[in-house]
Design a protein around this ligand. Structure first.
Ligand code: ATP
Ligand code: MG
Ligand code: FE
Length: 332
């Protein structure tokens, strides 16, 4: 089967092609227009998707050396995400499928982040636990099968990616700040500063207190030294990253013990974070876990993960009709 997949849930326009379970193209057009706004501006994001979608489709077909007449199905992200952004991808997918007389496959973006683990080897074995950490979500998911997943813990307020991005904004770094915090953290001391830890007993997370704790700390320090941020940027970034990673891994460990599972994966944009990747690896060594860490290109938003999810739905004959509509919030 040859499946073309479209991802447009946030600010990446991406198209991938999956040929019998192998990814043969994964084109990603990033949007730089949001850098100076401290976050994604939905209205601008949909306009840029609209400009990028046709060239990105053409590039993917060229990369995979596939003619559109050879396609067997069109997969697309139905949600969750920004409605205006989703509408561009969903409308294009429907029109393309109608024109080529192909079946349509609807994919949940959060399932796809997890199913990115089925692109390359080694693949996790069911059941496994996946910590999905992205710009809008922070979830510990019990994955029983490709499309049989249960959220066993999640954030009650901000997502981990938001914690990175909002801290970066406080530090005057451009959006998205997560990768920049990661970069500065490499030259800083993770124990330099300490921030408030959330006090939540179950497998849920909370990051809004941490953000406030960082903000008040910086404001207090700036009263003494107006150049505090510039003078201590690397140490601040290393300490913030250390705090977030510590919170994330502690609950993941709790979940692993509670469910008696040693197959452990991470997914989503924040799984690109070097502190999280290293921390997970050392926790795995201690607890005898088999860990699965995605290749960098499959951490942040990409259509390859939509294509692999689409491929498994194709094998199940799980198609949707032309009346399908995007969902900004979507049941897991
Ligand atoms: P969702 O998947 O919840 O709908 P999204 O699709 O916008 O949200 P992703 O593209 O999966 O999110 O991830 C983007 C997030 O990942 C941003 O918050 C970004 O700062 C963060 N991120 C990316 N790389 C890193 C890194 N190296 N360190 C920390 N955070 C990172
Ligand atoms: Mg993005
Ligand atoms: Fe995402």
């Amino acid at each position: 089967s040859v499946i073309l997949a479209i991802e447009s849930s946030c600010d990446e326009t991406s198209v991938a092609i999956c040929n019998n379970g192998k990814i043969t193209a994964n084109v990603i057009a990033n949007q730089t227009i949001h850098e100076n706004y401290g976050g994604v501006i939905p209205e601008l994001a949909s306009r840029v998707h609209q400009q990028n979608i046709v060239p990105v489709i053409q590039q993917a077909l060229t990369d995979a050396k596939v003619n559109k007449k050879e396609l067997n199905a069109i997969a697309f992200t139905r949600g969750p995400g920004l409605l205006g952004s989703l509408l561009v991808g969903v409308s294009f997918a429907k029109s393309f499928a109608l024109a080529l007389d192909l079946p349509l496959i609807s994919v949940n973006h959060m399932h796809a982040h997890i199913l990115a683990h089925f692109i390359d080897d080694p693949k996790p074995k069911f059941p496994f636990l996946c910590l999905t950490v992205s710009g809008g979500h922070t979830q510990i998911v019990l994955v029983k099968d490709y499309f049989n997943m249960e959220i066993v813990g999640e954030t009650l307020d901000d997502a981990a990616g938001e914690a990175f991005d909002k801290t970066a904004k406080i530090l005057g770094l451009p959006y998205p700040g997560g990768p920049l915090i990661d970069k500065h953290a490499k030259d800083g001391d993770p124990k330099a500063f300490k921030f408030a830890e959330p006090q939540i007993k179950d497998l849920n997370y909370s990051f809004s207190g941490l953000k406030t704790s960082i903000l008040y700390f910086i404001r207090a320090q700036e009263k003494e030294n107006p150049n505090f941020i510039a003078d201590h940027l690397n140490d601040i970034c290393a300490s913030v990253q250390h705090s977030i990673v510590y919170i994330l891994l502690n609950k993941l460990k709790k979940a692993a013990l509670q469910y008696g599972i040693k197959e452990i994966a991470i997914a989503g944009g924040v799984s690109a974070n070097s502190g999280l990747r290293l921390g997970l690896q050392s926790m795995a060594d201690q607890l005898n876990w088999n860990v699965y860490i995605p290749a960098f290109e499959y951490c942040t938003d990409n259509a390859a993960m939509i294509a692999i999810a689409g491929y498994h739905k194709y094998l199940n004959g799980d198609f949707v009709g032309q009346d399908v509509a995007p969902l900004s919030r979507m049941e897991f």
